[in-house]
Design a protein around this ligand. Structure first.
Ligand SMILES: *Cc1c(COP(=O)(O)O)cnc(C)c1O
Length: 359
């Protein structure tokens, strides 16, 4: 299928989505994000493990609000408006609220978001409030917030726009279609961070739909990665008090748990965990080697790649895609804390020259 610049994903993939002529398309021109070949990362992996891989990065931070959530939100808001919604509500670790708030603003409908107080990157909170959402920060974690908004949406008939909303998953399938369009087929492996597990569910469904439609020949192994302190699927039990620096995947009881397990098992893939240190290493490598600044949670996919490559668990010559779910500028404080402050100098030519000429 032809990529058409500046086309909303609902138009680009209309034939695969539950929309009709009556559906008002609420769009900020999301999707059609870059798929970037990661050659310097490939060399690094080969040096370390002696195995050559073909690595592609799906840069979802290039979406309008800076994360893949926009793919689902254009569908969720379009269908909500078609169905005459009075307002939308979500729980969020940050990016869902940023996206819901923007698309609700575009649609002209009220938006309510419930977030875990103090556990949201500042950029995401800034987006939600700027777009005019009513932001309720609770003294509790994401899982509590989600329970509450599900009950509220049932009680007062507001549209829930968490990934329990099936239109969110429909829209998010489009990332798999774009990758297959760009590569001419599905990759051998697809690496992805897992939080509430909606995205791994959507990618797997998307790849299957494309193969059934004859637009790709193969299916990838789905390789999901949770943060070690928030790895309920890996541990096989909910985590009451999840802990990780990767706040976007700090989730103890994923809504799409069973579907994620099905994606893993049907595809012959894995769902494993990576430590915060492994996540931060991948976060820095992506920025320094590839020029791609993603948020820490996004780097979990590449942390998983580094881990499996070093353990020589990937077939030589394999082609793989890694989803980088959100933009690094969402949380600049994290980057500065981790990578360090600039060198501070007097405004003196010789002092600056000395630093630049330093061997
Ligand atoms: C939402 C989000 C995730 C997790 O996606 P799920 O669908 O909940 O598994 C990962 N990274 C970022 C940046 C996110 O915003």
């Amino acid at each position: 299928m032809q990529a058409v610049a500046n086309q909303p994903l609902i138009e680009r993939y209309r034939r695969f989505l539950p929309v009709s002529e009556r559906t008002p398309v609420i769009t900020l021109k999301e999707g059609s994000t870059p798929l970037i070949r990661a050659r310097r990362l490939e060399h690094r992996l080969e040096e370390e493990a002696g195995v050559r891989l073909e690595v592609h990065l799906k840069v979802e931070g290039a979406n309008p609000t800076g994360s893949f959530k926009d793919r689902g939100m254009t569908m969720a808001l379009s269908k909500a408006v078609e169905e005459g919604t009075e307002g939308v509500i979500c729980a969020s670790t940050g990016n869902t609220s940023a996206s819901a708030a923007a698309y609700a603003a575009k649609a002209g409908v009220p938006c309510f978001v419930v977030i875990p107080d103090g556990n949201i990157a500042m950029g995401k909170l800034a987006q939600a409030v700027m777009h005019g959402a009513r932001v309720l920060a609770i003294r509790g974690n994401f899982d509590r917030a989600l329970e509450m908004v599900v009950r509220i949406s049932e009680r007062i008939g507001m549209t829930l726009v968490n990934s329990l909303n099936p239109y969110r998953i429909d829209g998010q399938k489009s990332a798999a279609w774009e990758i297959a369009d760009d590569l001419g087929d599905a990759p051998d492996y697809h690496f992805i961070p897992v939080g509430n597990a909606g995205n791994i569910t959507a990618y797997w469904a998307g790849y299957r739909i494309y193969r059934e439609a004859g637009l790709s020949r193969s299916l990838p192994k789905m390789m999901g990665f949770q943060a070690a302190g928030a790895a309920p699927i890996v541990e096989g039990a909910p985590v009451a008090d999840p802990k990780t620096i990767a706040t976007a995947i700090k989730i103890g009881n994923p809504a799409s748990w069973k579907k994620a397990v099905a994606a893993r098992d049907e595809s012959g893939g894995v769902i494993e965990k990576v430590t915060d240190d492994e996540i931060l290493e991948a976060y820095r490598l992506l920025a320094a080697l590839e020029g791609v600044f993603c948020e820490p949670a996004s780097a979990a996919s590449v942390a998983g790649l580094l881990k499996l490559s070093r353990a020589r668990r990937l077939a030589a010559g394999a082609r793989l895609a890694c989803t980088l779910t959100g933009h690094g500028l969402k949380d600049p404080e994290r980057a500065i804390t981790f990578a360090g402050e600039p060198v501070r100098l007097e405004a003196d030519f010789d002092a600056v020259l000395k630093e630049v000429a330093r061997p």
